[in-house]
Design a binder for this molecule. Structure first.
Ligand code: PMP
Length: 406
């Protein structure tokens, strides 16, 4: 596409034509999940209608075609994030499972009193797996704080390293504050201490170019459903030497070499970490989602979203009592806010009545809410198909709601 034509892009999303309470839907809950364009839905349909057979098992043509589709996606993902090898691309159910895989498997290398560094802005998916590990072993979480704008305190991060630090797990982009963390710098610092780093890329992958070799991430996790792809599929990138050392996460079919009651051996990478029948339909459709993003151009998407972010922020700041949480310079297109003493839930519910879908609550980041001294926020988040007109509708709705709430 030479010019960014948002109206043409919107044609690919029938859901955007829906009405909610008689009003045209404004979908601003993209951080939770993005909508899915026709080409991706058609890829799912095509798999079901013409290629459905279990992967990696059959000699028959359909099974081989299904296997090819899955392995073509693996190669597409490898290119998309610039991994060295397809052996480093593991399919999971999503970011959550990817992080659980690492916590559970890499966790075997940790010992009592070892330390893991996370940040206060993590999603529960990047806190609770480490806490579960801490129940198995006496492991301590060290937490990087943020400043008033929602930037990580880098000095504090550097000071958290000790001889007991064994792992760092940090989000690329906060799902509440929008902050884009300087992960290349954070990873370099961890590597000075020979500590590997996992990046939770759930909120970054569809908004910016990710090059795992350039940032030198040891692990990078993301979900397809947040990148215009299908639900139920995610990716764990891991450096080959770590994945080779790590024991399997789950046992079952696909992940074995040979099974005997006396001895079982495991498959080569990446299959060692892919027990059971994968969501091969979703995986095939993920390739279409990546092609779709690349056809539009991730840089163009980022520029469009950034413009929406700036426009929405400036409009919102004119509303009396507006408090925006997360004002980092390097920020993704999402805005968490409260207005005066109004409850986030009331604002979200009234916005819904006006056809506008936003998220309210703690956004699976309760420790962050505690540190901000609040219970929750309203969050509006933008994607490639959102428009300035939708932001105008949203701002007018907020003003109307404030008069209703008095
Ligand atoms: N990390 C972050 C930063 C997220 O925003 C999310 C989803 N809200 C997750 C992890 C979990 O992703 P999933 O539910 O797709 O596994």
């Amino acid at each position: 596409m030479t010019q960014y034509d948002v109206n043409a892009l919107r044609q690919e999303y029938p859901i955007l034509e829906r009405e909610i309470y008689g009003k045209k839907l404004v979908y601003f809950d993209n951080t939770a999940t993005s909508q899915t364009p026709r080409c991706v839905v058609e890829a799912i349909e095509n798999m079901y209608y013409t290629k459905k057979a279990n992967v990696h098992r059959g000699v028959h043509t359909l099974s081989q075609e299904a296997t090819d589709m899955q392995e073509m996606t693996r190669e597409r993902v490898r290119q998309f994030i610039n991994a060295m090898s397809t052996q480093e691309i593991i399919f999971t159910r999503g970011t959550t499972e990817a992080i659980n895989l690492v916590a559970s498997s890499f966790g075997n290398f940790l010992e009592n009193d070892d330390e893991i560094i996370v940040t206060v802005m993590e999603h529960h998916a990047n806190i609770v797996p480490w806490q579960l590990l801490a129940q198995r072993k006496r492991i301590h979480l060290r937490v990087v704080p943020i400043d008033a704008n929602g930037n990580l305190n880098i000095d504090a991060y550097c000071r958290l390293f000790s001889e007991r630090t064994r792992f760092v797990s940090i989000c690329h982009v906060s799902n509440v504050l929008g902050t884009v963390n300087p992960i290349k710098e954070l990873i370099a610092e961890a590597h000075k201490h020979q500590v590997p780093v996992l990046i939770d890329g759930a909120q970054a992958i569809s908004h910016m170019r990710v090059d795992v070799q350039d940032i030198d991430a040891d692990f990078y996790a993301f979900s397809a459903h947040k990148m215009y792809g299908p639900t139920g599929v995610g990716v764990l990138y891991g450096k080959k030497h770590w994945l080779e050392m790590m024991p399997p996460y789950q046992g079952g079919g696909e992940m074995i070499g040979h099974v005997g009651f006396d001895k079982t051996t495991f498959a080569e990478l990446p299959f060692k970490f892919e027990a059971g029948t994968p969501d091969f339909v979703g995986i095939a459709a993920l390739r279409e989602a990546i092609d779709y993003i690349e056809r539009i151009g991730i840089e163009q998407i980022a520029a469009h979203e950034h413009e929406l972010l700036e426009y929405a922020t400036s409009q919102m700041m004119e509303i009396p009592g507006m408090r925006i949480f997360g004002t980092a310079k390097n920020k993704c297109a999402l805005i968490s806010f409260l207005i005066g003493n109004e409850h986030h839930y009331d604002i979200g519910m009234l916005l819904d009545k006006l056809g506008i879908a936003v998220r309210t609550g703690h956004h699976c980041a309760q420790p962050l809410m505690t540190s901000l001294g609040i219970e929750g926020t309203v969050r509006a988040s933008f994607a490639l198909y959102n428009t300035r007109e939708e932001i105008d509708t949203f701002i007018a709705a907020l003003r109307r709601i404030l008069t209703i709430l008095g």
